[in-house]
Structure formats: C-alpha cells, structure tokens
Ligand binder design. Structure first.
Ligand SMILES: Cc1cc2ncn([C@H]3O[C@H](COP(=O)(O)O)[C@@H](O)[C@H]3O)c2cc1C
Ligand SMILES: O=C(O)c1cccnc1
Length: 341
C-alpha cells in the first residue's frame, strides 16, 4: 500500500538521529510544511511580511483607542525609515518587508517606497454609518490578491501579513464577535494600551455599534460584514490570505487583527487554515479564543501585543529550523547510529 505524504514525512522525521519526538513542535512544523508543499524536502523561499496600513473613522472620535489616529500615518513613515519593530525583526532575520497604504488618512508622497493602494482616506465612522461601500470592499480584496500574486511571481512561498491602523482592534473584535458568536466582552481588549476606564468605554461603544449593525444576525455575508464594521487594511489582508492559499503558499498568521482578517478569509475558503502556521499567541484579550477556533497551536508565546507582523517575523526562523532539520539531519541508517531496541 502506498503511504500518504504525511506518513512518509513522519517516517522521515522518525528516522532522524534523535529520540522519537525529541524536536517537539519543530517536528509538527516540518510535517505541516511538508504537507502544504506536498514534499519530503520542503523549502522556505524568500519569506516576506506585508504590512497593510489603514485608518478607521471611529478612531477620530477617540472613543475606542488610547492613541490618536495620526499615529497610523506616522508609523508608516517610521516603517519607511526602518525604525519600527517590524523593520528590526525582518532585517535581523533577512525577511522581505513591503508596506502598503490600504487606506491611511494622509496623502503620502508618491515617491515613498510603499505600495500606494489607498482605497479611501480612512473608513467612515461605523458608530454612525457603514465603514465602507461594497465597491470599496471589492477593490480592497482585489488589491490584496494582486499584491500576493506579485510576491509569488518573485519566488516567495512563505508569507506573513501585518497591519497598522489605530482603532483596528475594535474592528477585529467586532468581526470576532459576529463570526464566532461570542459576547463582545470576550472579544474586546486593551488594544494599544487602554486603561480600565478606556476599556469600559470601548466595550460600551462597540456594544452600541453591534446593535446598530445587527451583528447578532446570522444572515450577514462576509462582504456585508466588512462594509459595516471592517477596515481597509483588514479587507485587503482577507484578499491577500485568500490568494496566498489559492497559490498554496505557506501563510504565517500574526496576532489579533491578522487572525480576525483570517476569520473573514475563512468565510470565502473554509479550508484556508490548512495553509496556515499560527506564529504566536498575542496578549490581546480574545486572541486565544480565535486560535481555539482554528484548533491552532501557536509557535511562540512571548506576551507580545503589537501587530505589524512582528509575531510572524519572529516565528519564521523557527519554521526555517524545522525545514532545515528535515532536509539536513542524518538518518540512523546514513549516520550508522543505532535505533531504539
Ligand atoms: C506607536 C504604535 C505602534 C503600533 N504598531 C502597531 N500598533 C498596533 O496598535 C493598533 C491597534 O490598537 P488600537 O485598536 O488600540 O488602536 C494597530 O495599529 C496595531 O497594529 C501600534 C500602536 C501604536 C500606538
Ligand atoms: O495581537 C496583535 O496583533 C495586537 C494587539 C494589540 C494591538 N495591536 C495588535
């Protein structure tokens, strides 16, 4: 009988010169990556992080976010100048980095080395109206798909998505609340650092938003959900995930907002998590429950709650080690080492 690729990979892993299972999660990752690539000798080629930036109308009210909306654009300039956490980690690990203006509320100089994909100058305030139109949702998804396709064409097979958008933990919490049918209290967290009073106000504000947009209903399509309470960076990321899975790339999932965008993408492709490795468990309230939904075992748990794709960037070297042991370690047979009696 022929063995499945998983069985062949497991056999290869078990024949390495180490006690069975002794490389722990690296063994699970090697199995996963080999399965995605349908290969006994998988590889990570040109790993890349794409950071999508977008503003949220509700952030201008200051009701849900401890930092002002202007920080989104300021951080985009920081990314360009190489000074943000994601710059440091991608530089350290030789990972490609692309920054995308998905919808920041500032007109950047066109000479800036970013992808200029602005859908609009921030979303509308969803505590009053829909965040965006259906046309804007479609444009964002299409743009996300195209950006991933270009990276695939440049021989990248491993990709992580990050985000920058003041107020976007609110959009992510609302997505989680609707798609996982959980009370908002379990989905809303401190974001960039709300204190107890700010957190309470955030929760109350988002409860009103949930009532306004009837998020407890089951007949909302994923497109409608994005229209009502989404963000441009989140919609673009959903399109990017979708394309990456279509191209059978390995997807490295970052934190709370990135996982919320994956929840949306999952509505369009129910097996999307087959292509995903979950980089870390964020400290943002709610992330653990999202991970449980995907039956995910995160690679790292460092108490991080930053976003920008930083968790994904830190997990990629671990994935490279998983692939390296699978490809390079000697087997009991080749090294003349005795196996278990
Ligand atoms: C200086 C700074 C850098 C960041 N980098 C990522 N985020 C993170 O915090 C924001 C979400 O939190 P909230 O919903 O509470 O606004 C997002 O931009 C996220 O990427 C940052 C936030 C700040 C303040
Ligand atoms: O988990 C994350 O990615 C996160 C948490 C808080 C704020 N921004 C991002």
């Amino acid at each position: 009988m022929t063995m499945t690729i998983q069985e062949q990979l497991q056999q290869k892993i078990n024949n390495k010169t180490k006690p069975i299972g002794a490389l722990g999660m690296l063994e699970e990752l090697a199995l996963k990556i080999g399965t995605v690539q349908h290969s006994l000798s998988p590889g990570i080629s040109n790993p890349h992080i794409v950071v999508f930036a977008g503003d949220h109308g509700i952030a201008a009210t200051g009701k849900v976010n401890p930092y002002p909306q202007a920080v989104t654009a300021q951080m985009v300039l920081n990314f360009v100048n190489g000074g943000a956490a994601i710059n440091v980690f991608t530089r350290q690990h030789n990972i490609g980095l692309t920054v995308v203006d998905a919808g920041v509320n500032v007109d950047f100089d066109f000479s800036l080395p970013i992808i200029h994909a602005k859908i609009n100058h921030g979303t509308a305030d969803y505590s009053l109206n829909n965040a965006m139109s259906i046309d804007e949702v479609n444009a964002a998804i299409e743009k996300g798909r195209n950006i991933v396709h270009a990276l695939y064409d440049a021989d990248c097979n491993t990709i992580g998505f990050g985000e920058m958008g003041i107020g976007n933990t609110s959009s992510a919490a609302l997505i989680m609340h609707h798609l996982l049918h959980l009370p908002l209290k379990e989905c809303v967290g401190k974001g960039a650092g709300a204190n107890d009073e700010q957190l309470q106000r955030k929760l109350e504000t988002l409860e009103e938003v949930s009532r306004l947009h009837e998020l407890n209903r089951y007949d909302i399509t994923p497109h409608q959900l994005l229209c009502r309470i989404g963000g441009f960076e989140i919609a673009m990321m959903a399109g990017a995930y979708h394309k990456a899975a279509e191209l059978n790339m390995l997807i490295v999932v970052d934190g709370f907002i990135a996982t919320a965008a994956l929840l949306v993408a999952e509505q369009y492709n129910h097996s999307i998590s087959n292509n995903c490795v979950f980089a870390h468990c964020s400290d943002e309230n709610g992330h653990r429950k999202m991970l449980e939904h995907f039956a995910a075992k995160p690679v790292l748990q460092l108490g991080m709650r930053l976003g920008e794709g930083t968790g994904a960037a830190l997990a990629i070297p671990v994935l490279q080690s998983a692939v390296a042991f699978l490809n390079e370690m000697a087997s009991f047979e080749s090294a003349g080492v005795s196996g278990k009696e």
